[in-house]
Design a protein around this ligand. Structure first.
Ligand SMILES: *[C@@H]1O[C@H](CO)[C@@H](O)[C@H](O)[C@H]1NC(C)=O
Ligand SMILES: *[C@@H]1O[C@H](CO)[C@@H](O)[C@H](O)[C@H]1NC(C)=O
Ligand SMILES: *[C@@H]1O[C@H](CO)[C@@H](O)[C@H](O)[C@H]1NC(C)=O
Ligand SMILES: *[C@@H]1O[C@H](CO)[C@@H](O)[C@H](O)[C@H]1NC(C)=O
Ligand SMILES: *[C@@H]1O[C@H](CO)[C@@H](O)[C@H](O)[C@H]1NC(C)=O
Ligand SMILES: *[C@@H]1O[C@H](CO)[C@@H](O)[C@H](O)[C@H]1NC(C)=O
Ligand SMILES: *[C@@H]1O[C@H](CO)[C@@H](O)[C@H](O)[C@H]1NC(C)=O
Length: 457
């Protein structure tokens, strides 16, 4: 008979663990492990991750179990939300919402090849670099474009977030009734005033910056319109009925601080090129500051035009920087009224006797009530006391730094419904308990085996 191997049959033999302490310790440990596992699993399996929206990129969530976690394991600001992705032509505002900007170029992308991603940082790295103005007496309007450059700060570059973008704000200023104001902050303040019937009365009112923006841009348009027409009515007028210029500014973002040399002084009026046409001539005249001054390239700004040009530039510089949260009281007359005298041209050379020579802008800022008509030229206001009240809103009190406004897609933890939380915790705890039991059993058996082995030898 050929012999082939038969499987040997076995039966398990159970034995009590020796000693009296092993069993109670084992049960005690099992209960402790069960409680621990349940608590851990409520934290781990009792919540769902759900998408949600937040306007605060730094939003955090706090849970009851946070106090058992080390600081480093808790949710940190900026980890729940996805950055906002922006591309060329996208429209953005700051949380001061005075101006509306479009992204006009992404010179260095930080998202893919050509995108810009914004992760909630304050706009300490943005500042106005140029202003473009077309003033046309025929249409009684000034078209203005402010160009703002944002570059990564040294600390952002150190974190691998290197970018450079250019944004632009476009608006036109006109006193004509058929002209709808494009300035966000000004329009918002106007809407509120027409809804509630009253404007802000103190600098700390949230609508104060918008109201001041509306007033200063309206009255600088008035200055242009009034003085242009007055001067054009003179037979010997040399005041241009059309002028167009570019003004440049040193880049002086907020991260340099309010005491940086560029923030402590008002930048000099730097007109890099200007074109103008006086009514008596067909051809225009042009000046380009980058070319040598000489016949055919002579500085065109004269005493007649200087005041209008300078005031338009100062108003744009001060308001754009406020919107960017670049608060420098040493060179912003809206934050420091003692600067008005030196920054704003008070009066224009008088050409006709029919009207005073004082600037509407100056009059509005100091509230001297010089112009009864100035108030009526400020749409929405009905008396010159209203006009005078602009001075009561100065100096403006701007809250902290500015952010880009927007909404972020975030991932929040939400407690499961009691039924599904119970099942999820139960399943996870059973699994964990099983593992723990197995470990303990194997470990215990191993120890007992060791004891027996040592006895037998
Ligand atoms: C968000 O958090 C980051 C890092 O903590 C910080 O640098 C940034 O200023 C915060 N932003 C705001 C708006 O608080
Ligand atoms: C222009 O004419 C007015 C009066 O018509 C005169 O007072 C003024 O001095 C003249 N200006 C220039 C620059 O000739
Ligand atoms: C004026 O602007 C131009 C162009 O940005 C610049 O090169 C020049 O240095 C500026 N001049 C002054 C006096 O700021
Ligand atoms: C401009 O005004 C100043 C003083 O206000 C004067 O000295 C200068 O001659 C004027 N220039 C012209 C071109 O009228
Ligand atoms: C306001 O401007 C004046 C003149 O430049 C300056 O001396 C003063 O310190 C400024 N005020 C503040 C609060 O910075
Ligand atoms: C404006 O008028 C006032 C008085 O009416 C005069 O003192 C001042 O010199 C004038 N300003 C200019 C720039 O002509
Ligand atoms: C804009 O956001 C910054 C940072 O959170 C804040 O300090 C500032 O007060 C906000 N500005 C406004 C007008 O709410």
């Amino acid at each position: 008979m050929p012999s082939f191997p038969l499987p040997s049959l076995e039966y398990p033999v159970t034995r009590k663990y020796p000693g009296t302490l092993f069993t109670p310790i084992s049960f005690g440990a099992a209960v402790a492990v069960l409680v621990f596992l349940t608590a851990v699993n409520v934290a781990l399996a009792g919540y769902d991750t759900v998408p949600g929206l937040s306007s605060n990129f730094n939003v955090t969530q706090h849970h009851w179990y946070d106090k058992f976690l080390p600081e480093a394991a808790q949710t940190r600001p900026g980890t729940l939300c996805d950055p906002r992705l922006l591309g060329l032509g996208d429209t953005i505002t700051t949380n001061n919402t005075l101006f509306q900007y479009t992204i006009s170029s992404i010179d260095k992308a930080n998202a893919g090849d050509s995108g810009f991603q914004y992760a909630g940082w304050t706009l300490d790295n943005c500042d106005i670099t140029s202003l473009f103005v077309n003033a046309n007496a025929q249409t009684i309007a000034m078209d203005i474009t402010a160009v703002v450059a944002c570059h990564s700060t040294p600390s952002q570059i150190a974190q691998g977030n290197d970018y450079a973008i250019t944004i632009r704000a476009d608006w036109s200023e006109s006193t004509l009734p058929g002209h709808y104001g494009e300035l966000l902050g000004a329009q918002k303040a106007l809407n509120r005033r027409s809804a509630s019937g009253v404007g802000p009365t103190s600098p700390s009112d949230p609508e104060a910056p918008g109201t001041v923006l509306h007033a200063v841009t309206s009255v600088s348009a008035t200055d242009f319109a009034e003085f242009t027409f007055n001067m054009l009515s003179l037979p010997n007028s040399t005041f241009p009925n059309y002028f167009s210029f570019e003004a440049d500014f040193p880049w002086c973002p907020a991260f340099l601080g309010p005491d940086a040399p560029c923030a402590a002084h008002l930048p000099s009026l730097n007109i890099s090129s200007i074109f103008e046409r006086v009514p008596s001539t067909v051809a225009g005249l042009q000046f380009d500051a980058s070319q040598p001054v000489g016949p055919g390239n002579e500085p065109l700004m004269n005493n007649d035009t200087f005041g209008i040009i300078s005031n338009v530039v100062q108003v744009a510089y001060a308001t754009i920087r406020l919107d960017l949260g670049n608060r420098t009281p040493k060179n912003n007359f809206l934050l420091n009224t003692s600067l008005i005298e030196s920054v704003i041209v008070k009066s224009f050379p008088q050409h006709t006797t029919s009207m005073p020579n004082e600037s509407f802008l100056y009059s509005t800022l100091v509230g001297d009530g010089h112009y009864a008509s100035a108030a009526s030229l400020v749409p929405g206001s009905d008396s010159d006391s209203e006009d005078r009240s602009i001075a009561n809103l100065l100096p403006l009190q701007m809250p902290g730094p500015a952010l880009l406004g927007g909404v972020y897609l975030c991932r929040f933890q939400r407690a499961k419904s009691p039924g599904s939380a119970f099942i999820a915790v139960l399943v996870a705890t059973l699994k964990g308990g099983e593992e723990a039991y197995r470990c303990e059993y194997v470990h215990g058996a191993f120890e007992v085996g060791e004891i027996y082995k040592s006895r037998e030898i």
